[in-house]
Structures are given as structure tokens and as C-alpha cells.
Design a protein. Structure first.
Length: 243
């Protein structure tokens, strides 16, 4: 796996840290970059090492895990947090802090595996997108391979749940890059937002048809589907098409 999840392990008990580090070393995606035996040290090391993920014990002297988590939430690049503790009563508070998971000691390896899987989905993108605007191509990276998609061949893009789908004349791609970010990167090209979740290449617009309540349907060259144009975008769309 090309992307490593930089991980900090925090626990005031040495043997608990060693056990967790041993278990984490079984995961190819996890790189343990440091350990801390107190809350103060955890915050200091998080600032220094900039981890992606922190395994955080709850019950520690002076500064407990909840206080550490609140301090970490103030960082510019807040790491994901998995609480690891022998005390189940703190779970509700942990999830209010947006923890990824709450593991009880002694560790259950299946539960640890599920927690790591959640982290991977958050931190290791299915696809990474970049725009080489001077070449007129969109670099779409997935599973270690890169496809260079001609931007002019893209018909439209839309957001579905946590994935952006890119529709070209021949292929479809799925990326995690937000539609708003793609819109910003594609500013030099002929794309226009027709709906909160849709971005269309104006080159391929063939017809606008009134629908209802001020909204329109949009048709694209050589495509059967009709895309909805929100009434909030109709005026701007018509102006762009008539330029």
C-alpha cells in the first residue's frame, strides 16, 4: 500500500503500549511513528510528529485522554482518534469528540481490524485527482495507477454520497475529491455547475427544456439521460451558453 498512516500510541502503561504497537505492526497501512506515556507528552508529540492517527488511552494521571483529544482538536491538522481503554463508561463522551472508534482492553483483534478499516477509508483515498491544466488533462490516480483523462472528453461530474463520479464519452471514474474542489481546478475550462451536486461541460449541452417551478432539464450530445438544472443556476447557465 502506497500510503502509510502515521500513528501515535498514547498510554501511561508501558506494557499496554508495547502490546498495541505489536498488534499495529501487523497492519501494512500503519506506521507507528511515536509513543507517549502521558497526556502532556501526547500533545507535544502530536505537534512535533503530525500523526494521522492517535490511539489514546482515557485514564491517565494529570491530563486524561478526553482532555488530550480536546487539545488535539485545536491543531491545524487534527489527527483521527481511536480511544483504547479498560473503561466502557467513557464511550458516549468519546463519540461526542468524533472519535473514529472506542476499543476496550484487552484488545479484540477483530475489533481492532474493523477500527483500522474505518481509518483507512478516511485517510487513504480511493482515487486522487490532479489537473495538469497546461496539458488539458485530468490525472486520476487509483490503486497506484494513473489515467490521464482529456478534460475536453469529460461530459459531466456529479457527487453521490462521498464519491464524485466523472463521466467521459468512454469511461466512468470514481474519486473522493469534492465537486467544489474540482470546480475550482477546472475554472479555465468550460464547466458550469447546474445543481448543487452536478458540474457539466458546456461543450456537450444540446438542449434545455423547461421542467417545473423554474427548473429545467438539460440534455447532452450523444447521451440519453436528462440532468436537472436547479432554478438557482438557470439564469447563469443560459448566459454562459449564449456567450
Amino acid at each position: 500500500m502506497g500510503t502509510m498512516i502515521r500513528t501515535l500510541v498514547v498510554d501511561d502503561e508501558r506494557y499496554a503500549r508495547e502490546e498495541l504497537v505489536f498488534l499495529l505492526n501487523q497492519f501494512p497501512s500503519i506506521q507507528v511513528i511515536g509513543e507517549a506515556d502521558s497526556g502532556d507528552q501526547a500533545v507535544m508529540k502530536a505537534i512535533q510528529l503530525q500523526p494521522d492517527l492517535v490511539f489514546l488511552d482515557v485514564e491517565m494521571p494529570k491530563m486524561n485522554g478526553m482532555e488530550v483529544a480536546k487539545a488535539l482538536s485545536e491543531l491545524k491538522n487534527m489527527p483521527l482518534i481511536i480511544f483504547a481503554t479498560a473503561y466502557p463508561q467513557f464511550a458516549a463522551e468519546a463519540f461526542r469528540i468524533n472519535a473514529v472508534d472506542y476499543l476496550l482492553k484487552p484488545y479484540d483483534e477483530d475489533q481492532l481490524k474493523q477500527a483500522i478499516s474505518r481509518v483507512e477509508k478516511n485517510l487513504i483515498p480511493q482515487a486522487k485527482v490532479d489537473v495538469a491544466s497546461n496539458l488539458g488533462k485530468l490525472a486520476v490516480e487509483k490503486d497506484g495507477e494513473i489515467d490521464y483523462v482529456h478534460i475536453e472528453d469529460i461530459l459531466y461530474m456529479y457527487r453521490e454520497e462521498k464519491v464524485t463520479k466523472i463521466i467521459t464519452q468512454k469511461c466512468e471514474y470514481e474519486v473522493k475529491t469534492a465537486l467544489k474542489e474540482l470546480e475550482s481546478r477546472l475554472t479555465p475550462f468550460s464547466f458550469f455547475r447546474i445543481h448543487k451536486g452536478y458540474l457539466v461541460n458546456l461543450k456537450y449541452v444540446s438542449r434545455l427544456t423547461p421542467w417545473f417551478n423554474g427548473a429545467y432539464h438539460l440534455e447532452l450530445t450523444s447521451r440519453d439521460e436528462k440532468l436537472s438544472v436547479s432554478r438557482n443556476y438557470v439564469k447563469g447557465l443560459r448566459q454562459r451558453l449564449e456567450m
